[in-house]
Design a protein around this ligand. Structure first.
Ligand code: PMP
Length: 360
């Protein structure tokens, strides 16, 4: 068996020990005689997995007690509607900061549920930076301010936490959750699809401050009502049980790595190797403002884009896959989430050097 270095943006590579444990437990989870997939979500076995996933996530992120953790479905695109359905009702208005494709999509969807104020946009820079907060035109009467903490497609990340004052800050953290410590108390709500840094697709994690519950628009589906899910311990409907199980293994793996401070150091070291090389090379380029570069998604272009296919084929032949950039922007993108080992980065840079030398 040969495993590739998988640079996919998501669903993305998972830690190998997690996959091995899941394989070992596939037919008989801890003497239960069943696969986790076959368990009743209300049975004691799955309830223990669910509780373990919740408590490990709380521990990793130091989630304060006045926040609820919900395990939902519908992904981050689902949350683009679910967030306004639950939160915009307080004043009917919300602020959106657009730093790329995903936050643009969030703002567009929210406009179906209330008045959306585009408080800042990086469109002018072709989405290569996070606009400084001093330039934001925030509405003090907004129900919330929405950001995307890491734009997966163009690789633009917040390395600071906006201050929205009394207005709750809402963040789509799909592609950088658990990559470093964050102060959850600075946010009103955090959401993330699991399939980059937490586990398989199908699970959406929502972390919400208690006082934001109870303002849902009347037409909100019950399964997507945060208060209903919170009152039912995320079991109002059948939760994505297998995805929650894998996430709990990933959380355990992260804890064993030394938690989020340790994984952040590792992620910084990995990204630095790649960006340093990109900056030294005249053959490749990354145009994101240095202070806003993503530690998780590193897009780059070959100066001569007619070589793109040859580059990708050579990478594939060396066991490095999914380096093609998003179809909307082209070029290349290396997604280097928590599970990407340092060896994967070294192998990629060695190949990039070799390719450059062969085509200079
Ligand atoms: N937001 C961000 C930041 C993403 O990276 C993605 C997926 N790439 C989405 C939203 C959409 O996620 P999903 O398709 O799971 O709804």
């Amino acid at each position: 068996m040969t495993r590739v270095f998988n640079f996919s943006s998501g669903p993305a590579a998972l830690p190998e020990p997690v996959l091995r444990q899941a394989a070992a437990e596939m037919l008989d989870w801890q003497g239960s005689g069943m696969s986790v997939m076959e368990m009743s979500h209300r049975g004691k076995e799955f309830m223990s997995i669910h509780a373990q996933a919740q408590s490990l996530l709380r521990e990793l992120l130091s989630i304060p007690p006045n926040y609820r953790v919900l395990f939902m479905q519908g992904g981050a695109i689902g949350e683009n509607a679910i967030v306004p359905m639950n939160l915009i009702g307080r004043t009917g208005r919300a602020d959106y900061i657009v730093t790329g494709d995903w936050s643009a999509k969030s703002a567009k969807e929210a406009a179906r549920y209330g008045k959306v104020n585009l408080a800042a946009s990086a469109e002018g820079s072709n989405y290569t930076e996070v606009p400084p907060q001093a330039t934001w035109k925030l509405d003090p009467g907004a129900s919330y301010v929405h950001i995307c903490s890491n734009e997966t497609i163009r690789g633009v990340e917040y390395h600071w936490t906006p201050d929205a004052g009394k207005v709750p800050l809402v963040a789509d953290m799909s592609s950088n959750i658990l990559s470093r410590p964050i102060d959850v108390g600075r946010y009103g709500l955090i959401y993330a699809g699991a399939q980059k840094n937490m586990g398989p697709s199908g699970l959406t994690v929502v972390i919400v401050r208690e006082d934001l519950l109870g303002h849902a628009l009347p037409a909100t589906p019950s399964a997507f009502n945060y208060q209903v899910q919170s009152e039912n311990d995320s079991m109002y409907n059948t939760p994505p049980t297998y995805a929650i199980y894998i996430a709990s293994l990933v959380f355990g793996w992260l804890k064993a790595q030394g938690g989020l401070a340790a994984i952040e150091r590792h992620n910084r070291d990995k990204a630095a190797i790649l960006y340093d090389y990109l900056d030294r090379s005249a053959f490749y380029r990354n145009t994101v403002a240095r202070e806003d570069r993503s530690l998780m998604n590193v897009p780059f272009r070959l100066k001569d884009e007619s070589l793109d296919d040859a580059f990708l084929q050579g990478a594939q032949a060396r066991g490095m896959v999914q380096l093609k950039g998003h179809r909307s922007v082209g070029g290349m993108r290396a997604s280097i989430y928590n599970a990407m080992p340092m060896e994967g980065i070294r192998a990629l840079v060695a190949y990039m050097e070799e390719f450059e030398a062969g085509h200079a």
